[in-house]
Design a protein around this ligand. Structure first.
Ligand code: XLS
Ligand code: NI
Ligand code: NI
Length: 446
């Protein structure tokens, strides 16, 4: 996919296809580290990283915040006819993504298609926009990583969708999911995402949490069965987030979602979409939640972004912290990759980044950071660095009584007797500082 797409009008004039020029280039509109065809451990960077552009941020964000109106105006959002505007937005999106050279995109229903109160008007908008997207996918080779239904912005969802105490609202949410699953199959989507927007609560006095969670499980089961029936063969993904907008979000972190999926027997079809800033809001690190998901065999995909260490909200910044990205890529490589998932830039430029080209700088920075991180993480893996020190710490479980413990062959009395024989237990260093130094050495002198 090296062609650049332009529709009836060029929305990013003066910017061509972003190419790889290497770290010495002084052209800001070029990749310094992301060389899509470069082979790293048998796979191209493009195949490893599977970058996606998020429609809701990149095509619709205006920079508005709770204190002020938007600062960013986009030509493609100015048409007063909603379907014509949707088509202009689709043109701008595919122009942008094709110039950037990202292989995938992601969207919510209402990012791409005009919303409507009646289900049938909504469905006809979705069908019309679906044709527009399919046509542009075919013209460019850009593919759908995932889509999703926005069940949190409309006022009807003030108490959630699947967990809303009003059944009629739940059913309305289901109508959007049906339309999005139909569209996913039409567009050949590789995953389908559920982010539990307002699935949560603020006060137990008026909330039957057990019943709401049972409703959520039933809702997901019905959606899964429908998706499989119409031929969706990809991965269903749940995206954890601990707060914002509800005080208590049900899908609060990776561990909570895994517990939920296992409780309701949904772990055969659903995996996790881990977002960097959501993990840090949960008081975990990005790598921690990735590792929790990977260890359960449920690491599905990534929303690549970062928060701000001083702010306790979802700032959704572009991921430019290479150290953090290395920590993430070590987990991804240990998981043998992301399989049907990818790295979706669920991130938006800052309110004062008002130049059109800032959208390119943001994505170039995110892609370069993860490309660097991929190579560094692969070098760390090739040198067996983390593995060597990590494995060494558990060595006395490899044989003798330690190995028997792991096999479940020891009783509590036997453990007591082993303890009685081991009077002086030598301390084994965790070597944390040494490992950190070796990682820095690899980062800066590969
Ligand atoms: C919001 C979420 C959202 C999901 C998709 O915080 O990250 O953007 O990724 O609904
Ligand atoms: Ni997200
Ligand atoms: Ni977020």
């Amino acid at each position: 996919m090296s062609t650049v797409y332009t529709g009836n009008k060029e929305y990013f004039p003066g910017i061509g296809k972003i190419g790889y020029e290497g770290p010495a280039s002084d052209n800001p509109l070029s990749f310094k580290f992301y060389d899509e065809n470069k082979i790293v451990a048998g796979k191209s960077m493009k195949e490893h990283l599977r970058f996606a552009v998020a429609y809701w941020h990149t095509m619709t964000a205006t920079g508005a915040d709770p204190f002020g109106a938007g600062t960013i105006e986009r030509e493609w959002n100015s048409n007063s006819d909603p379907l014509a505007a949707a088509e202009e937005k689709a043109d701008a999106a595919f122009e942008f993504i094709s110039k950037l050279g990202a292989p995938y995109y992601c969207f919510h229903d209402v990012d791409a298609a005009p919303d409507a109160d009646s289900v049938s008007d909504y469905e006809s908008n979705v069908a019309a926009v679906g044709d527009m997207l399919l046509q542009r996918q075919k013209a460019t080779g850009i593919k759908l990583l995932w889509n999703t239904a926005n069940l949190f912005s409309h006022p009807r969802y003030m108490n959630g969708a699947a967990t809303n105490p009003d059944f009629r609202v739940l059913a309305r949410g289901a109508a959007q999911i049906k339309a999005m699953l139909d569209l996913n199959v039409k567009l050949g989507g590789e995953n389908y995402v559920f982010w539990g927007g307002r699935e949560g609560y603020t006060q137990l006095f008026n909330t039957d949490m057990k019943r709401e969670l049972e409703h959520m499980a039933r809702f997901l089961e019905i959606a899964r069965d429908y998706g499989r029936r119409i031929g969706f063969t990809g991965t269903f993904l749940i995206e954890p987030k601990p707060m914002e907008p509800s005080k208590h979000q049900y899908d609060s972190d990776a561990a909570a979602v895994i517990g939920f999926l296992k409780t309701y027997g949904l772990d055969g079809d659903f995996k996790l979409n881990i977002e960097g800033n959501h993990a840090t809001l949960a008081g975990k690190s990005f790598a921690h939640d990735l590792q929790v998901a990977a260890d359960a065999g449920l690491l599905g995909s990534i929303d690549a972004n970062r928060g701000d260490p001083q702010n306790g909200w979802d700032t959704d910044q572009f991921p430019t912290d290479v150290y953090d990205a290395v920590s993430a890529m070590l987990v991804v490589l240990g998981n043998s990759g992301l399989h049907t998932g990818g790295l979706n830039f669920d991130a938006h430029i800052r309110r004062n980044s008002t130049d059109l080209e800032d959208l390119f700088h943001a994505h170039i920075g995110g892609m370069d950071s993860f490309a660097l991180a991929l190579e560094i993480a692969q070098t760390i893996m090739d040198r067996g660095l983390v593995k060597r020190y990590r494995d060494a710490r558990y060595e006395n479980f490899n044989s003798g009584t330690g190995a028997r413990f792991e096999k479940g062959e020891l009783t509590l009395e036997e453990l007591r007797n082993i303890a009685a024989e081991n009077k002086d237990i030598p301390r084994i260093s965790g070597k944390q500082e040494l490992i950190e130094n070796l990682i820095n050495q690899i980062m800066f002198s590969r």
